[in-house]
Design a protein around this ligand. Structure first.
Ligand code: BMA
Length: 315
């Protein structure tokens, strides 16, 4: 099958995709997906969700000198579930990593999956060797957590995705904190759309939004449920810099959807699920790291200036 370009032509897949898959792991695993991304020194560092052959996930670091190739994968997890803890006995999933200069640390937001469903936990690290766990911050059912890199309006801001049993719609919300420990009640940010829209069933924040001249650039995943299963695609929005609960713009079309062979076949076909993004100031290149079909890791690039121009267009 010919690989169709993304609808907007904005994001271009890396020719080396999938850049990581289970065959490159130094130990036996079933799947590698949904990586967080950050820059550490001269290296790109991914924190990957790794699913073992029981179905339980943990988080492992992979490093590359250029962000595309020569990945060095750690031979042990950075974070693994404590299976004696009911709230995480079924694994740690879908990390997002935020570099926080004020703390001189990285904050990792991740899903803890256990009895009661998925919840959201935080941890911090200064070196991706030792990790300090801050514990569960959002009770089940909640997931898709990502922290902004600086305070906005005086507080830390954590995006997340609580689900109400009464109204199965799953939207993007945020909570604020002064200490990363106690969080305000969620405030609504953006809704799933309706009917036939590509993002009509569920939406969730992707990588930690990045600060731009126009606002916080938020990459999010949207889900449409079809008779053949769910389709996971990627969309864009811009949020107000001082009050990120205010959506300035939201692009109508998805900018990346499952089309390549490795996105269409795997454990869960039809999924692109972004959790990491880096920006190279020298080239203005955004690199989006995503899980493909819940099996491997893909990367797609776009110039930030083009992405901003696209998202700023009136719809
Ligand atoms: C979501 C999350 C992701 C996964 C996606 C597609 O609900 O659980 O980890 O990639 O479903 O299966």
């Amino acid at each position: 099958m010919t690989e169709a370009p993304a609808p907007t032509g904005l994001f271009v897949r890396s020719p080396g995709n999938p850049i990581l898959d289970p065959s490159r792991w130094p130990y036996l695993v079933n799947a590698v997906m949904n990586p967080a991304a950050t820059i550490v020194g001269a290296e790109t560092l991914l924190v990957c969700r790794v699913e073992d052959c029981r179905g339980i996930s943990h988080l492992t670091v992979a490093r590359s000198p250029d962000g595309y190739t020569n990945w060095l994968v750690a031979d042990h997890p950075l974070l693994a579930p404590d299976e004696k803890v009911e709230g995480e006995k079924w694994g740690l999933e879908d990390p997002r990593v935020t570099r926080v200069d004020e703390l001189d640390r990285w904050v990792i937001a991740f899903t803890t999956y256990g009895v009661g469903g998925p919840s959201l936990s935080l941890a911090t690290t200064s070196d991706f060797q030792a990790v300090e766990r801050l514990g569960m911050v959002m009770a089940p059912e909640d997931k898709n957590g990502a922290l902004l890199p600086r305070r906005a309006g005086g507080d830390w801001v954590l995006f997340h995705r609580p689900v109400s049993a009464m109204n199965m719609r799953a939207d993007i919300w945020l909570s604020r904190s002064n200490d990363l420990g106690s969080w305000t009640a969620p405030q609504h940010v953006m809704s799933a759309r309706e009917g036939a829209w590509w993002d009509s069933a569920r939406i969730g924040v992707g990588p930690p939004p990045i600060e731009t001249s126009e606002g916080w650039l938020m990459v999010y995943h949207g889900v449409r449920v079809t008779v053949a299963g769910a389709l996971y695609r990627v969309g864009l929005a811009l949020l107000d810099l001082d009050d990120p609960s205010q959506v300035i713009r939201r692009a109508d079309e998805w900018v990346l959807g499952p089309r390549a062979e490795y996105e269409l076949s795997g454990d869960v076909p039809g999924v692109v699920f972004p959790c990491g993004m880096t920006h190279d100031a020298a080239t203005d290149e955004l690199r989006l790291y995503y899980g493909a079909a819940d099996t491997s890791v893909g990367m797609a690039t776009a110039p930030l200036a083009d992405v901003l121009e696209y998202v700023m267009q009136p719809s």
